[in-house]
Design a protein around this ligand. Structure first.
Ligand code: SF4
Ligand code: SF4
Length: 297
């Protein structure tokens, strides 16, 4: 069976973060300190390698550069020879501490800079280092977030279908996430159960993912999962790429602890305030004009 080609796939090697961005769609500011083990990483990658070829394999988090073994993670991906590019996505705050081995091994470094966050290495220093090691460097100045994850369930099933249809995370951004042997079509879905549990809500995420198995027709099963028109159960707790936008900011420890939420303006989480209906309608119109089916973008 031919492996499936995926533009990209992601692995959160550290699930917590040293920042507390409002709107973080991985819910990292809420998650407990978790460094992924190399042994489990290899197990997951072997299952994926038999199923798919990956254009860009992204190591991220949380903040991946907090992992003391990040170089070994990069080397492990390379040794399995199933991807063209190994990418690290970071907030840049720890980059000044990374030794030359890191710069030697990474292919693509994506640095997201957030307002009012101290990054000791300047962009010029990053560029000089990247140039000297032949690393492709991409810098994003993240001034705005869109609301993505929701604390409250969206009860309107038709609206959930529309949000899913319009969502660009599993399509345009191909943020497919591998976690604990499971493959999720988007990164927010991989963390729904944990973040809702922190708010005291039990959530069954078995409909959100496909278990990666070393079996003959796994790539067929994965393709069917990716192309399915049905929203994930997680979509009922998510606005995909149609949330309203707001200026990036860091949530205070106290507010985070008290609310167990990364939703900005948490005192008022009504869907009317968090959903950008005009953007949703525009996306749906565009998709209707192109007879879009999920998975075909
Ligand atoms: S969005 Fe902010 S809080 Fe979330 S992982 Fe990135 S840097 Fe950390
Ligand atoms: S709307 Fe659904 S598919 Fe899109 S990011 Fe949210 S959970 Fe994932």
């Amino acid at each position: 069976m031919q492996p499936l080609y995926l533009r990209s796939a992601e692995y959160n090697i550290v699930e917590h973060c040293n920042l507390r961005c409002a709107g973080c769609d991985h819910a990292s500011p809420l998650l407990p300190k978790t460094f992924l083990s190399l042994v489990n990483f290899e197990k997951d990658l072997l299952a994926l390698k038999h199923t798919a070829r990956i254009g860009t394999f992204k190591l991220l988090g949380g903040e991946p550069t907090l992992h003391p073994q990040i170089i070994q993670f990069i080397l492990k991906v390379k040794s399995l020879d199933f991807t063209e590019t190994v990418c690290v996505i970071t907030n840049g705050t720890v980059l000044h501490k990374m030794d030359d081995r890191f710069w030697q091994e990474v292919d693509l470094l994506q640095v997201t800079i957030y307002p009012n966050v101290v990054v000791k290495m300047t962009v010029e220093e990053m560029q000089a280092k990247a140039d000297s090691f032949g690393v492709r460097l991409e810098i994003e100045d993240k001034r705005y977030f869109r609301h993505t994850i929701m604390d409250e369930k969206i009860l309107d099933a038709e609206l959930v279908k529309d949000i899913f249809k319009a969502c660009e995370l599993p399509t345009t951004y191909a943020c497919h996430t591998v976690r604990h042997g499971r493959f999720y079509k988007c990164s927010p879905a991989a963390f729904t159960a944990e973040r809702l549990l922190l708010r005291g809500e039990l959530y069954d995420d078995s409909g959100d993912y496909i278990q990666l198995e070393d079996k003959e027709d796994m790539s067929v099963a994965l393709e069917a999962y990716l192309n399915s028109d049905a929203p994930l159960p997680s979509c009922a707790y998510c606005l995909g790429t149609c949330g309203t936008s707001f200026e990036s900011y860091q949530i205070s420890q106290q507010i985070l602890k008290a609310n167990r939420s990364v939703i900005a303006h948490n005192s008022d989480t009504r869907i009317e305030d968090l959903l950008d209906r005009a953007h949703l309608q525009k996306r749906l119109q565009l998709l209707n004009m192109t007879n879009y089916r999920h998975g075909e973008v």
